[in-house]
Design a protein around this ligand. Sequence first.
Ligand code: HEC
Ligand code: HEC
Length: 298
Amino acid sequence: MRKPWYTYLYIKSPITKITLGILSVLIAIVVILFIGLFEEPRMEAQTRNWEGRKIEKGAEIYANNCSSCHGPDGKGLPNVAPALHSRYFFTQRLKDIGWAGSLHDYVALTVAAGRPSKVNTQWAQIMPTWSNRFGGPLRDDQIEQVTAYVLNWEESALQQTPEEDPWQFFQDAPSKAEGAQAQTPAEQPAQGESAGPRPPQELFVTYGCSGCHNLDEPQTDTNRGPVGPNLGNLHEVAGEIVPGQDAETYVYTSIVDPNAFIVPGYNANIMPQNFADQMSEEEIRGLVQWLLDPNRQR
Ligand code: HEC
Ligand code: HEC
C-alpha cells in the first residue's frame, strides 16, 4: 500500500528536528529585520504623501476663504491684508514682533483666533476668527491644512530678492526684510518723534519684552525666567554682572546689543537684535531707567 504523501513530512531524527527548528527561527529573524529596514522609508513616503494631501486641501481652503484679503498668490493686497508669501514673513516677521514660538504656531494661532481687534489702522478690516472653537467656520484639521499651505510657500519666498519681496504690505512692522533697508527710510522711525517718546510700560509690551521677561519675579538660582531672565531684582544685580559696566550701561547694552553679553544659562540670538532701530534713543534711555527703578510703576 502506498503511504499517504504527508508521511514524508514526518522527520524521525531529533537532530534534524532541532536543526530545522533553529533554521526557521533564524529565517524569521532575518525576515523581521528586512521588514524593519524597509518600514522607515515606507513610513516617510506615507508621511510625505499625507503632507502633500494636507497642503492640497489647504490650498482649497485658502482659495475660498483667504485669497480675497491676502491675495490669490499670498502676496497681500495693499490696505487689505499683509503678504504671507514673502521672504520677510519667513525670515524677519517673528523677530520683529518678538514671538518666541514657531512660525507654524504663529500662523495656526492667528488663523484660529484671528485678530479680534484692529491693532493696525493700516488694514481696512480685521483678520477674522476661523476656528469653530472660537465661533469661526473651520475645524481644527482645516486650520492645520491651511497652515500647512501657507508654510509651504517658504521655499519660494526665501528665493525672493528684497525687491520682489512684497514686504511693503507689512508697513506696520517695525523693521524690513534685510537688504530692503534703503527703500523707504523716511517712513518708519517717525513714530517716536512725532508723538513724543512712548512710555516704558508701553514699550515693554509693544516690543514683546513682557512675553519673555517676568517683571515681578526676581532672578535667583531657583527662580529663573522661562525664556529670558526675570527682571524683578535687576536694580540690585545689574551693576555687578559685567565687570566695568555700571547698571545703566549694562541694561542699555543688554537692550541694544543683547549678544554682547549672554546671561549664563541662556542662549544667544533669542532676544531680538534690532531694538535700537525700533525705539528712539530717548525711549531706550527711559526704558533703562524704568527697568532699574526699584519702585517701578506698571
Ligand atoms: C477680511 C480680510 C481677511 C481674510 C478673509 C483673512 N485675513 Fe488674514 N489677516 C487680515 C489682516 C487685516 C491681517 C493683519 C492683522 C493685523 O496685523 O492686525 C491678517 C493677518 C494674518 C496673519 C498674520 C500675519 C502677520 O504676520 O501678522 C496670518 C498668518 C493670516 N492673516 C492668515 C490668514 C488665513 C490663512 C486666512 C484664511 C483662512 C486669512 N488670513 C483670511 C485680513 C484677512
Ligand atoms: C524673544 C524673547 C525676548 C524678548 C522679546 C526680549 N528679551 Fe531680553 N532677553 C532674552 C534672553 C534669552 C536674555 C538672556 C540672554 C542674553 O543675555 O541675551 C535676555 C536678556 C535681557 C536682559 C539682561 C537681563 C539680566 O538679567 O542680565 C535685559 C535687561 C533684557 N533682556 C531686557 C529686554 C527688554 C527691555 C526687552 C524689550 C524691549 C527684551 N528684553 C525683549 C529674551 C528676550
